[in-house]
Design a protein around this ligand. Structure first.
Ligand code: AMP
Length: 113
């Protein structure tokens, strides 16, 4: 199996602006930001999408969300932010490696496009 884009970033085979890293997750600046602050946080373990997460991943998924909130705090998104997980084609997922978008620095519209 070839590596996903995000696995290559974890392995430092592709450069990225790293915002946070620990043993389980990595957070990087999105290369095509959709808001003044746009960060992606993802597990180092490859789960293709949230629909394919298993109950064994419960701790990892909890960690991912808690760290997303910590990263948002570190980035001083005090006025609020949005966490987004795109799942599958209709969800707009383009990288098949589960990741959570952290978007902030502007007011987010609802409903999303
Ligand atoms: P999604 O469409 O939910 O799968 O999100 C994938 C995200 O990855 C998009 O917002 C892209 O802009 C972002 N992206 C693609 N390539 C890179 C890269 N090399 N470094 C950082 N972000 C990337």
């Amino acid at each position: 199996m070839s590596k996903t884009l995000f696995e290559k970033i974890v392995a430092r085979e592709i450069p990225a602006q790293i915002v946070y890293e620990d043993g389980m997750v990595l957070a990087i600046r999105d290369i095509n930001p959709q808001a003044p602050t746009h960060v992606l946080i993802f597990p180092k373990k490859v789960i293709p999408r949230i629909a394919e997460a298993k109950s064994d991943d419960k701790q990892l998924l909890g960690h991912l969300l808690l760290k997303a909130a910590e990263v948002a705090e570190k980035l001083r998104l005090d006025d609020g932010y949005r966490l987004v997980i795109n799942n599958g084609a209709n969800g707009g997922e383009t990288v098949p490696h589960l990741h959570c978008h952290i978007l902030g620095g502007r007011h987010m519209n609802w409903p999303p496009g």
